[in-house]
Design a protein around this ligand. Structure first.
Ligand code: URA
Length: 197
C-alpha cells in the first residue's frame, strides 16, 4: 500500500477541506466520479470509522456507507452502543469512487492520503476502527492479511486502531460476523479503558 507520508502543507479547516475534496483532480478518479465523498458525522467524535472508498450509492448521495454495507455498518455500530453521527465520524481512505468498485490503486491512495490525515488531525479521534484490508493496510503500512491484523489493538499516530472485516465482505461471509463482533467488543473495551483513566 501507498505510504501515508506526513503532509508538510498547513492544515485545512473543514470548509477548505470540503472544498478541496469537492474540486479535487489529484488522481484519475475525478474523471469518473459523480462527487467527492468527504465523510459524515460528528467532527468532534471520539470514534473514527474508516472504510475503503465510496461505492455507487455513496458516489450518488455524497455520503459514506449509505448502501447495503452501510446498513450492516449501522447495525455493527449499534451492537456496541454507537450511532452514526453521535460521537462517530465515518470516512473512507479514498474520497472518490473507483469505477465499478475496483480496488483502490496505490497512486490513488497516495494522492488521497493528505485528506484523510487532515481529517484525522481535525477530528483527533480517541479510537479508529479500520474496516477491511485497504483501510487497515494503508494506515498500518503493512501487507499483512486482515485475518492476522484483526483481534489486537494497533496504533496509528498514537491513536489506538482496531481492525475488523468490511461490512460488504461480511454480507458475503456471514460466519465471519462472530469475529467482527469480537473485534467491535475489543474496540469498545479499548475505548472504555481510555476514557476511564
Ligand atoms: N464501502 C466502503 O468502503 N465505503 C463506503 O462508503 C461504502 C462502501
Amino acid at each position: 500500500p501507498a505510504a501515508p507520508t506526513p503532509d508538510a502543507r498547513p492544515l485545512l479547516d473543514w470548509d477548505q477541506l470540503a472544498d478541496a475534496v469537492a474540486h479535487c483532480t489529484k488522481c484519475k478518479l475525478y474523471a469518473t466520479r459523480t462527487q467527492g465523498v468527504l465523510g459524515v458525522g460528528d467532527r468532534d467524535a471520539d470514534w473514527l470509522i474508516l472504510g475503503e472508498a465510496p461505492g455507487a450509492d455513496e458516489d450518488r448521495q455524497g455520503e459514506p456507507f449509505v448502501g447495503q454495507a452501510g446498513k450492516l455498518l449501522d447495525a455493527m455500530l449499534a451492537s456496541i452502543g454507537l450511532r452514526r453521527g453521535q460521537n462517530v465520524y465515518i470516512a473512507n481512505v479514498l474520497k472518490s469512487r473507483p469505477p465499478g468498485n475496483r480496488n483502490p490503486e496505490p497512486d490513488e491512495i497516495a494522492a488521497c492520503m493528505p485528506y484523510l490525515l487532515n481529517q484525522i488531525a481535525l477530528i483527533r479521534p480517541k479510537i479508529i476502527v479500520a474496516l477491511g484490508r485497504f483501510a487497515a493496510q494503508t494506515l498500518l503500512q503493512t501487507d499483512e492479511a486482515i485475518g492476522r491484523l484483526r483481534g489486537r489493538v494497533h496504533c496509528f499516530q498514537g491513536i489506538p486502531l482496531v481492525v475488523t472485516y468490511h461490512p460488504a465482505y461480511l454480507l458475503r461471509n456471514l460466519p465471519d460476523k462472530a469475529r467482527a463482533w469480537e473485534d467491535l467488543c475489543l474496540a469498545r473495551r479499548t475505548y472504555a479503558s481510555l476514557t476511564t483513566e
